[in-house]
Design a protein around this ligand. Structure first.
Ligand code: C2E
Ligand code: MG
Ligand code: MG
Length: 679
């Protein structure tokens, strides 16, 4: 039992004893009252006998003397009805006669009678009793002081003696109550025993129930306390208590010098596993992960599940990369091991970010964010591994934050500009349109490349606004160009997510009055890797508007042919990396030729990006490429500089095609298929 339980048990026992004592006292009072009543009745009966049998009471109560007959009667009356003693007083309280006087040969005459002093045989209090008795009210008191040589308990009763309604005096009668008191005490003891037994039984039952209730309550309290500090699913510490432990450990470090490291862990593929095996088994994965983490640590170390598939560890006593690394490695290995889920074998793996108390910071929240940043790094490094916090990360993040803030402000201002890069068809002789490429003229950094700010805009969701603006601007600009020229706009995967893209494109066309055939949309393979069914549907709706759809940067992603099969792209844009290596590496030429053949077989045109040299241009022409785009033909430039001159490409192609063709194809070890120029 706990201290509090002992206390309440003592209180119960004290209350029990007190109840018994109070009951005893009440019963004793009642019994005494009964004894007094009995004594009073006995005395009353005796007094009646006295007044009825003793004649000449007037003389007795004036002189205290008795006739022989009266003396005879009184001698007989002396011990009747348990009366063992009596005394007679005159109305003034003077003692006239005592029972023991009857045995003396001569009745004494008391001094008070002789001297006529009233009330002196009675002490002060008894004088008032006498007055009360003469007034007609009897007085009874139970005495437990033993009478010398007589009973141990007796009633002392004062009664008035009346003659014709007139008080003659007072008789004091002593009634022996020893036997009755003993009987009462015996009864009382029996009752007390029964009551005690009953109380003991009731008390025991109540105590038992109390203890049972207390235990249940304690259990519930313990559970509540446990849940307040632990994660119900895994049994690891929860976020709140982990923060508390982190705070305490960090506080302790500053006093005693206990070193520690903070590890943040994220399961790499929990989401997929959870979806594959269902939530019940997913929970089991989290429980097993907790066990694995604990098995890699020592007793003092703390493991917490912060929520979802996020865990954290306080590695006590380790504060250097050298000593923490073996732990981190062990944890990464443990998490990488397959988990057996009643037949299913799944692998989650985990990434670990580590911050060391001291070098990486001392404030618990700060340290937590550092471990978070390290985790981000571990994930970026390919997952299933661990990374320590590195302050260059901090600087990168800071610069990223600043750039995001600036980009937000740039939208709607004239910092964002659309450049247009020409695209040529018909063996590079004919200008067919332009690709719209956004530019950011940062007030202090100068031109920021889209390669830098587009990923940032995608990460922060700003791309929706930027993309829409480019689309509207490109349509508006193109509507002013010759009707043979089209415009190509790049779309990010995020723009497909909102479900508003089709409407936005339709609206941009409508607002600018640009015929849909003059708008091309460029998407990348990464878009199709996400949720292809929904994306495909959006692409179909876009195509239904009449705009053309091109697969940009083809060959750099997964290059899944399934994408080409599932959606009828109008155009494939071969990534510039192929163009760059085309004349350097014959294998690239084989690949490019295959792509072009494939595209043509599927009725798709081919655009080659990044054409920088004449030899690249000639090789591409020879391979049957339909469109050309690159610095050789024209760099991206502002709208105002566009001349729309249709035959720019032929100007740059100074050397005869045959020479280049011969030098290129001499290195290709297989027959080129029949190409369909101008497709
Ligand atoms: P992209 O769509 O593949 O655009 C072609 C990129 O290649 C452009 O880079 C262009 O300037 C560059 N380029 C063209 N010819 C040559 C060449 O001969 N040599 C070399 N080395 N590069 C050449 P830029 O403008 O820096 O754009 C980079 C990427 O940013 C684009 O690649 C596109 O994916 C993205 N991007 C640009 N504007 C937008 C936009 O408005 N929306 C979206 N979502 N993405 C955009
Ligand atoms: Mg593009
Ligand atoms: Mg491209």
């Amino acid at each position: 039992m706990r201290k509090a339980d002992w206390k309440s048990a003592l209180v119960w026992i004290a209350a029990f004893i007190l109840t018994l004592a109070v009951m005893g006292w009440i019963t004793r009072q009642e019994s005494d009252r009964q004894l007094e009543q009995d004594a009073g009745q006995s005395a009353m009966r005796w007094s009646q006998l006295f007044t009825q049998t003793v004649s000449d009471l007037d003389t007795v109560f004036t002189t205290g003397q008795l006739t022989p007959a009266a003396r005879e009667h009184l001698l007989r009356l002396r011990k009747v009805n348990d009366v063992f003693d009596f005394r007679l007083f005159d109305p003034s309280g003077r003692l006239l006669l005592m029972a023991e006087d009857l045995e003396k040969p001569e009745l004494p005459v008391y001094d008070s009678i002789k001297n006529g002093i009233g009330d002196q045989a009675l002490d002060g209090s008894k004088a008032s009793i006498r007055k009360q008795v003469l007034g007609g009210t009897s007085y009874i008191a139970l005495q437990r002081e033993p009478w010398s040589g007589g009973p141990t308990v007796y009633g002392e009763v004062y009664l008035p003696v009346l003659s014709g309604g007139k008080p003659l005096g007072v008789v004091e009668v002593h009634v022996d109550q020893t036997q009755r008191a003993a009987n009462a005490a015996q009864g009382l003891t029996r009752i007390a025993a029964i009551v005690t037994m009953l109380l003991v039984v009731i008390g025991s039952v109540a105590t038992y129930q109390y203890v049972v209730r207390l235990r249940k309550q304690r259990k519930a309290e313990d559970k509540v306390r446990y849940l307040a500090h632990h994660d119900a699913l895994s049994g690891a510490m929860n976020r709140a208590s982990f923060h508390e432990a982190l705070r305490r450990t960090a506080g302790r470090k500053s006093q005693k010098g206990t070193a520690f490291s903070l590890l943040r862990i994220d399961l790499d593929r929990f989401k997929e596993v959870n979806e594959a095996v269902g939530h019940t088994l997913g929970d089991e994965v989290l429980r097993l992960t907790t066990q694995r983490l604990k098995s890699c640590l020592r007793e003092d170390d703390k493991v917490a599940r912060l929520g979802g598939d996020e865990f954290a560890i306080l590695l006590i006593g380790e504060a250097s990369q050298n000593t923490v690394s073996p732990f981190a490695k062990r944890i990464a290995d443990a998490l990488a091991a397959p988990i057996d889920l009643s037949g299913h074998k799944v692998r989650c793996g985990g990434s670990i970010g580590i911050a060391i108390y001291g070098p990486d910071g001392t404030d618990p929240d700060y340290l937590m964010s550092k471990a978070d940043q390290a985790l981000y790094r571990a994930k970026a490094a390919g997952r299933g591994t661990f990374a320590f916090y590195d302050d260059t990360l901090d600087r990168q993040m800071q610069s990223k934050r600043e750039l995001t803030r600036d980009l937000r402000q740039a939208i709607g201002s004239d910092q964002l500009i659309v450049f247009y890069q020409p695209q040529y068809g018909n063996d590079g002789d004919l200008l067919v349109g332009y690709e719209a490429l956004v530019r950011w003229k940062h007030p202090t950094r100068g031109m920021v490349s889209p390669g830098e700010f587009i990923p940032l805009a995608e990460e922060t969701g700003l791309i929706d606004e930027i993309g829409l603006w480019v689309l509207q601007k490109a349509c508006k600009d193109a509507s002013k160009w010759p009707s043979t020229l089209s415009v190509a706009v790049n779309l990010s995967a995020n723009q497909f997510a909102g479900g508003r893209l089709v409407k936005q494109v339709a609206r941009a066309l409508q607002d600018s009055n640009l015929p849909p055939q003059r708008l091309g949309l460029e998407i990348t393979e990464s878009l199709l890797m996400t949720n292809s069914d929904q994306i495909m549907e959006t692409l179909r709706q876009l195509a239904a508007l009449g705009v053309s759809i091109a697969m940009d940067d083809f060959g750099t992603g997964y290059s899944s042919l399934a994408y080409l099969w599932r959606f009828p792209f109008d155009k494939i844009k071969i990534d510039q990396v192929f163009t760059k290596n085309l004349v350097k590496d014959p294998k690239v030429a084989v690949i490019v030729r295959s792509i072009i053949t494939l595209a043509h077989s599927l009725d798709m045109r081919v655009n080659a990006e990044g054409v920088e040299t004449r030899s690249q241009m000639l090789a591409l022409q020879e391979l049957g490429c339909n469109e050309f785009q690159g610095f050789l033909l024209g760099r991206p430039g502002p709208e105002k500089d566009l001349t729309h001159v249709g035959h720019a490409a032929s100007r740059s192609l100074a050397s005869p095609r045959g020479e280049v063709r011969a030098s290129l194809f001499a290195t290709i070890p297989m027959e080129l298929p029949a190409l369909r120029p101008g497709h």
